[in-house]
Design a protein around this ligand. Structure first.
Ligand code: T1G
Length: 655
């Protein structure tokens, strides 16, 4: 017999089993209609004499992708997810979850309320709530440590890390993995399964772990949370299960969830979530198919090139690395193998994974070897002549439909493209160092880039596991343009009276991983110095110019690598440099600036303002497609705190 429990939940009763299917594309989010349907389905199951057991599953490839994030800002509609979850667990008839795919957040909470969980091989479980600035709100923090040891539960909930089916089974979150079709096997279990295997998670004892293990997990998470509230609350709630009963823990969880859901931090992280989805939508590419790419040539195997090669190998591509000589190729090979080896030793890849990557890698000492590449990414010295010569040479070597990507940071990719016979196949792929780790890639649409070439740049970056953001052509693209505006304002602040350490402390308290001057020192001051010298002749003499960084470079202070820069470095740690303060004072005096003390709030407001102004210019010039893209660039490439939503969002919130 068929039932419609709501617009998104249907049922079918057969042989005493009510199969309930959640069908709310694209991700089966637990919207109001889904919750109402589930509530109705379980009420029906309880009352119906022809139902002995229930199987709960999702239509399509996902079980349930969590609460419906679009409902968060609105008045909550009944029944709430905790009510639905309680109803499911409280069923007097056994409930088997057939996890056909991802069970995330509220979706996992629904699964944990079922009395047995059978996973497809493709199932994934996670509590990604902290990434949205919240904690699970329907029992997740209380049920998980009753299925998996407490230290693991702390780690999973406070980081949002996901587990694939096999690992979820090992952790005790999934009871068994299906051999074939998960739904038919779940029905089989519901009819004939051993009743002793069916359990209510809430009635299980908490699986304790050694105190040190819990402490270690908590410490690691808190050290990384940079002032965010949700991870700390997640740790607290899970730990408390040791001392409180289920009902009290549940009440605490709900109260914490509601407070966090309505916080500024959660609103900012929701903005980031939707910004990432919006960034995937590129004007003009709606119906464009990417070209197939299986072999990637990487020209230049220095720091950047080897990072790109590792990212490509991790993503399953064949890689041909190119250097100018056999000796350089040997060094490049060693660098790439060294990085892979490190990932193997740290457990990030398996021995098999390492061997597989090595089998897909060659590094050669002459450009001719790159002929088989479907895509070439150049990561050679950022010099226009070097790059145009390279692209001209590539023209004669690779197939005419092979894609040529430049990783230039500051040069004009249109000029590089113009050096080739087929400029429509040239695109910018601006990676951030270390390229195998940093998530951001700016995909640069040059004047003549063909739509399929642009689409291919996006497709490859996505396969690398990166977040690709479209940028138009401008010096430094989106990120470095904003970073220049940020640098300029930071230097103004210095002249006006703030010390580098005060500015860094203010921005780090705001949530940046590192303040601006610590970043300048880390990156090295000489490249910006060389650029300023190049631009000196064309600089507007009436524009404000701060020469303190020039004075530092003249004094041989090039940043951390040279042992000193804006700071002094003692055993790798930065310490304020009195001699720099003296140079700053001298520079202020030379300009007759009357200094004043500048508070942390003003520092943050001015630096955010400078970034947002820079961003608005990029929007006016149509370099950036949307304000939220700029936020993503700064979050993923420059350490801007995601829980502040990015500089454009933060500036708008602050008015
Ligand atoms: N709510 C509403 N819309 C969602 C959504 C959700 N949970 N998840 C995805 N979408 C939209 C998304 O905006 C996009 O829309 C489309 O679906 C496809 O998404 C009480 C508090 C499930 C792994 O954090 O991780 O449960 O752009 O491109 O690559 O404790 O979406 O097409 O208009 O990402 O196949 C916890 C978030 C909520 C999961 C699928 N759940 N989603 O990836 O598709 S909090 C999450 C994802 C919670 C309880 C609480 C992924 C995915 P559009 P997509 P995908």
């Amino acid at each position: 017999m068929n039932h419609e429990f709501s617009a998104n939940v249907r049922g079918r009763t057969e042989n005493g089993v009510l199969v309930v299917t959640i069908d709310n594309p694209p991700v089966n989010a637990a919207s109001a209609a889904v919750r109402a349907g589930l509530y109705a389905a379980f009420a029906h199951a309880e009352a119906a004499s022809d139902v002995d057991a229930v199987v709960l599953t999702g239509a399509g490839k996902i079980f349930v992708g969590g609460a419906d994030i679009t409902e968060f800002g609105k008045v909550p509609a009944d029944p709430s997810l905790p009510e639905v979850v309680a109803r499911i667990e409280g069923s007097t008839k056994p409930v088997v979850a057939a996890l056909n795919g991802a069970a995330l957040g509220g979706g996992l909470e629904i699964a944990l309320a079922c009395h047995y969980r059978l996973g497809a091989k493709t199932a994934i479980v996670a509590f990604p709530e902290v990434k949205l600035g919240i904690v699970p709100g329907a029992g997740g923090t209380q049920r998980l440590p009753r299925l998996t040891p407490l230290d693991q539960a702390v780690e999973l909930i406070a980081t949002g890390r996901s587990l694939k089916a096999e690992a979820a089974k090992t952790a005790g979150i999934i009871d068994a993995l299906a051999e074939g079709d998960v739904l038919s096997q779940a029905i089989e279990i519901a009819i004939r399964g051993d009743r002793n295997l069916f359990r209510k998670s809430s009635e299980q004892p908490v699986i304790t772990a050694p105190g040190e293990a819990i402490e270690a997990a908590a410490t690691k998470i808190l050290a990384k949370s940079r002032g965010q509230k949700a991870p700390a609350e997640a740790v607290r709630l899970v730990r408390a299960t040791q001392d409180t009963d289920f009902a009290a823990g549940l009440a605490d969880e709900r109260k914490t969830f509601v407070a966090l859901r309505d916080s500024a931090e959660a609103a900012a992280l929701r903005h980031v979530f939707f910004a990432e989805r919006a960034a995937a939508k590129i004007e003009g590419l709606e119906n464009v198919t990417a070209r197939p790419v299986s072999t990637i040539g990487v020209v230049g195997t220095g720091l950047m090139g080897s990072g790109i090669a590792v990212a490509a190998l991790d993503a399953g591509y064949r890689v041909i690395g190119i250097e100018q000589t056999d000796e350089a190729a040997q060094r490049g090979l060693e660098r790439i193998v060294g990085m892979l080896d490190k990932n193997f030793k740290s457990g990030r890849i398996t021995e098999q994974g390492l061997a597989d990557r090595l089998s897909r890698l060659t590094v050669r000492g002459s450009l001719g070897e790159i002929a088989a590449a479907d895509l070439v990414i150049e990561a050679v010295f950022d010099d226009l002549a070097v790059k145009t010569n390279l692209f001209r040479a590539l023209d004669d070597i690779v197939r005419p439909d092979a894609i040529l990507a430049t990783n230039t940071s500051y040069l004009d990719p249109d000029v590089i493209a113009a050096a080739t016979r087929y400029p429509e196949r040239v695109v910018g792929l601006h990676f951030f160092s270390p390229a195998n780790i940093m998530r951001l890639v700016e995909v640069v649409r040059c004047a003549k880039t063909a739509p399929e070439v642009l689409a291919s740049g996006f497709a490859v970056a996505r396969k690398f596991g990166k977040l690709p953001i479209i940028s138009g052509v401008t010096e430094g693209f989106i990120g470095n343009r904003i970073f220049s505006a940020y640098r300029r304002e930071a230097e103004f602040l210095i002249e006006d009276g703030a010390e580098p350490r005060e500015i860094d402390a203010a921005m780090e308290a705001y949530g940046l991983a590192m303040g601006p001057f610590a970043v300048f020192d880390l990156a090295g001051l000489e490249i910006a110095w060389a650029r300023r010298k190049r631009q000196a002749a064309s600089r507007d003499p009436s524009a404000r110019y701060v020469d303190i960084a020039d004075r530092l470079c003249e004094a041989g202070r090039f940043g951390q690598k040279s042992g000193s820069g804006w700071y002094n470095y003692e055993a790798g740690k930065r310490v304020p440099a009195p001699e720099v303060s003296a140079m700053i004072a001298e520079a202020r005096a030379a300009k007759g600036i009357v200094t004043r003390s500048i508070g942390a709030d003003e520092i943050v407001a001015r630096l955010l303002g400078a970034m947002a102004d820079g961003g608005r210019k990029l929007l006016d010039e149509k370099i950036a497609a949307r304000a939220s893209d700029i936020d993503l660039v700064m979050i993923n490439g420059y350490g801007f705190p995601a829980h502040k939503g990015g500089p454009m969002y933060a500036a708008e919130i602050q008015g």
